[in-house]
Design a protein around this ligand. Structure first.
Ligand SMILES: NC(=O)c1ccc[n+]([C@@H]2O[C@H](COP(=O)([O-])OP(=O)(O)OC[C@H]3O[C@@H](n4cnc5c(N)ncnc54)[C@H](OP(=O)(O)O)[C@@H]3O)[C@@H](O)[C@H]2O)c1
Length: 305
């Protein structure tokens, strides 16, 4: 793959080959997957905060620590994945949410030389979700603190020419246990548990395989577009519909699961349908969009003893 990146760069003559990546949040769900994927193609540095990644822990809320990290690793590409990603936590702790989600983007932009390519991981929560689907230029109108911090960070990142904000929706993947598999892990547990339960049949989501996102990041590092890009799974479902589909795929009853039509109140307001149009990345030549059912099957298989 690395040879392929090099070939592409030489052929185009314009795109610099990138070989030394820094991925933030590599002790987290997405950062770990991106780091693992990129390590097959280039040198990868990573960092955690409360947990260590290859002995590296950095507090990205501290601008001096960010500057020292950039000096020590001298990356030619940075994937900034670390963030507070729980909307309810951000809603209850707005100052702290801004400190990490916005402050780290600012510190990175201050510390990076202009030639370094930066991919900032953003979210579909920049949209309120009343007028889906959203293309990259659709007006943003977040309905939560979390979404607002992502908008502010995007604005900071957009001041650098060699930068991309990559918006993604709810992630599925991982494996080994339901706890490590995000949304689908929770649904598999709910389907197999057989305890009567109500699932949200109001918010529309586009569950997206984490490995596809890592693959798309690798593709984007090769192409190096600037601005904003969307990547998303292609199949819409409410949480209730997704649970029924999981039950069908696992060949088990879903009679214990009932739909909740009204929005279930939680700490932060969620977008109704934050569908992300993926035309831009498709036009760039990206084609990998793994179907929901295949991902569920993989995750379910990984739980087997
Ligand atoms: N998960 C989703 O469904 C989803 C959907 C859309 C967008 N996103 C975005 O994708 C990105 C990754 O999300 P994720 O699911 O991988 O989150 P995650 O599993 O909660 O991981 C968060 C990462 O951030 C690190 N971190 C937290 N505080 C830090 C600090 N002060 N300094 C340095 N690092 C710190 C954590 O390190 P430690 O664990 O070592 O403390 C961890 O590695 C985020 O930007 C999120 O907003 C996620």
């Amino acid at each position: 793959m690395r040879a392929c990146l090099q070939h592409h760069s030489e052929k185009k003559g314009k795109i610099t080959m990138l070989s030394n990546a820094l991925v933030t949040g590599t002790t987290g769900f997405l950062g770990a997957t991106i780091a693992e994927r990129l390590a097959t193609e280039m040198k990868v540095h990573g960092c955690g905060h409360t947990q260590s990644f290859n002995d590296t822990r950095v507090d990205l809320r501290d601008p001096e620590a960010v500057s020292a990290l950039i000096s020590a690793t001298a990356p030619d590409v940075v994937i900034h994945s670390a963030a507070y990603r729980d909307p309810d936590f951000c809603e209850s702790n707005p100052a702290e949410a801004r400190r990490l989600n916005v402050g780290s983007a600012q510190s990175l932009c201050d510390a990076l030389p202009p030639e370094t390519y930066l991919i900032f991981i953003s979210s579909d929560y920049v949209f309120e979700g009343q007028n889906p689907p959203h293309d990259e230029d659709a007006p943003r109108n977040p309905c939560s603190i979390y979404g607002r911090t992502k908008c502010e960070a995007e604005d900071i990142v957009s001041t650098r020419p060699r930068s991309l904000s990559l918006r993604i929706p709810v992630l599925i993947g991982g494996g080994g246990s339901p706890e490590q598999s995000g949304y689908v892990g929770q649904l598999i547990r709910c389907v197999l548990d057989k305890t009567p339960v109500t699932q949200d049949h109001h918010h529309v989501r586009y569950p997206t395989w984490i490995d596809d996102v890592a693959d798309a990041v690798s593709f984007l590092i090769e192409k190096q577009p600037s601005g904003v890009m969307h990547y998303s799974g292609a199949e819409p479902s409410t949480r209730y519909e997704a649970a029924l589909e999981v039950a069908r795929l696992l060949n088990t009853s879903s009679a214990h699961i009932s739909p909740s039509e009204a929005s279930i109140p939680r700490g932060a307001v969620r977008p109704w349908n934050s569908a992300l149009s993926t035309e831009r990345i498709r036009n760039l030549g990206y084609t990998r969009f793994t179907p929901f059912g295949s991902v569920v099957q993989r995750i379910a298989d990984s739980f087997a003893p």
